[in-house]
Structures are given as C-alpha cells and as structure tokens.
Design a protein around this ligand. Sequence first.
Ligand code: ZN
Length: 273
Amino acid sequence: MKNHHCMVWGTAGDIGDRGKGVIVVTREEARVREAAEMIRASRFLIAFTGAGASTESGLPDFRSPGGLWRDQNPVLVASSWGLQRYPERFFAFYRTRLSKMRGAQPNRVHSILATWERQGLLRGVITQNVDGLHQKAGSRNVVELHGALGRAHCDACGRQHPASRLEERGIPRCACGGLVRPSVVLFGERLPTDAWDKAVYLTRRADVFLVVGSSLTVAPANLLPRMAAKVGRLVICNRDPTPLDPLAHVVLRGTAGDVLEEIDRLLRHFRLL
Ligand SMILES: [Zn+2]
C-alpha cells in the first residue's frame, strides 16, 4: 500500500484570515478575465471541488467557525479506528450529517458546472464531497474521491445496504454481525482505487484544472492539483489562501459561488461560451 492512498490532514499552515464572503472586486477583474479566457480556450477542463462548493447548500465545511470539526476531533470521530472503538459517537456524528444532507439542494456552483459540462466546456468533476450534489445538479462525469454519504455497506463483509440503515437508532449491523457504515473514506483509509485512478487519468489530461472551494490540505486528494500544475494550467478559487497557491497560474479569492458566477458571467458577456 502506498502512503498517498490514505487520507490524512496536511499542515494547517494555510489558515489565514477568515474574511466574510470576500467579493470579487475591480482589482481582481483582470485575474477573473484571465481565468475565464483560459477556461474558454481549454480543450480538457476539469473541475476539482471541495467543501466550499457546498457551503451555499447549507452544508458546513470542516474547519471554519461553525464547521463540522469545530467540536470534534476528526481522527476520533470520522476514522476507521473511531468506528470500531467508539461506534456510538461515530454513528451519532453521521446521523447528524445525514439529516443535514437530506434536505440539501444543489447551489449555483453545482448548476454552473453542470451547465458547462452539458455545453461541452467541462470534461468532468473530481470532488472531495460526499453529498452527491453535483449529480443532483445534472453533472454526469463525477469522480467521488471520498465516496458518498448516500450509500452504505458492511464494514466486515462489504455487502451493500440502503443508506437509510445509517439513520436507525443505535448501531446498525449486517446479518454477518459487521457494522453497517457509510460508504465514505474515513481518516486512515485508502481511497477507492477506481476513483483515484480515474481522477489521476483526468488530471493528467487536463490542460486547465479548476479548483473550486477547497483548502487543498487533505491528502492524497491535494496531490491532484500538484500534478495538474505540471501538465497544464492550475486555477484556484477559494475563500482562503491554500498551500498550493504558489503553484497556481491564477488564484481567485472569494466564495466558490461568487467566483464561479463571475467567470460564468464573463464567458457569456464576452460570448466566450
Ligand atoms: Zn456483513
């Protein structure tokens, strides 16, 4: 097993000022135009999304104030170790996430990316999110690097179970006695090989790789934008600085929704699309 197949936290050195919904301002217009032009001219555009793509759908991101990990240690709660050692806490945490996710609807980020794919501009989405909102918005070529919260399987025998079992009171078990768990990648677990391989394939082909709403601190997912910067152009749209900003050809600071909407507007306005 290669180390980079296990999901781990990276350094936290990227956490800068937590500005409130930074807006793309005039000074940034040149950069947004540059990104829009790059996207228009691309032949194989790939989007890479993180928690910031889903915040406008009411799903909290991980480390912001009010984020998922504010009162929780991810290694204790969302790890294979936590599942085995403290199943009550594990399932309580996931029941809360599931109930938030059930009512969540795609937002403008998901819609814009789905539209670009339909129009032939975007070749695929690689997502770290487990909420299924890209597919709900109509995206078809979606690689779920960290699995999906809408699926469940037995941790012991691998049998698939309906995700509704995760919402049972107590600890859901398979007929074999194993724990029925969400089909998401937990900390310390390997990424699904097929998803990883497909993501690497798409990344190597991407002439423009657009990061949308990711702090790029979770490995091995953050190896993909590193790879992308070597083979094509890397564009990073995120509210806060990321450790990979120095590798990017264009960095756009702002919420995923604001930045993507602005790019989309430019593409239409200048008939780039
Ligand atoms: Zn089983």
